[in-house]
Design a binder for this molecule. Sequence first.
Ligand code: FES
Ligand code: FES
Length: 169
Amino acid sequence: MKTATTLRLRINGRNYDLSAHPAERLVEVLRHQAGITSVKEGCGTGQCGTCTVLLDGRPVVSCLTFAGEAVGREITTVEGLSRNGEMHPLQKAFLEHGAVQCGFCTPGMLLAAKALLDEKARPSEEEIRRALVGNLCRCTGYRKIIDAIQSVAGVPRSRRAAARRRVRR
Ligand code: FES
Ligand code: FES
């Protein structure tokens, strides 16, 4: 049995002293100790991406990350994207493009997209698709999500429409 200790995690710019064992999975500690329920557990085996968080800006699957690995690092969840009550441009774009398809996959998609755009402001469609490869949608599709990310990356609407026509052919 794991004995809990106090773990200090820095989440969305705030320190949390949580009663948890370092070998507990980060997804559980975030959800059940810190109360951050935007982090969803889907497969629990590192394949679906619903549990994605950023660790020092890089996406990780929190179902396969020990809470102890996150100590001393900056954890970002989707709650940390807005600033002073203003949504992040990606959040606005997801809303505008109908890319908020469900509450399960969207947080992870947003965080994966943020990590990509922080690294490369003007990624190609191929690079966007590659960045989202670990974030699965089981029900709808990826076109609106890609459109939303491209809009933040400055791809004009006409080029996105042309890409959509190519996909339909
Ligand atoms: S729940 Fe972590 S990858 Fe699916
Ligand atoms: S899993 Fe969220 S829209 Fe498909």
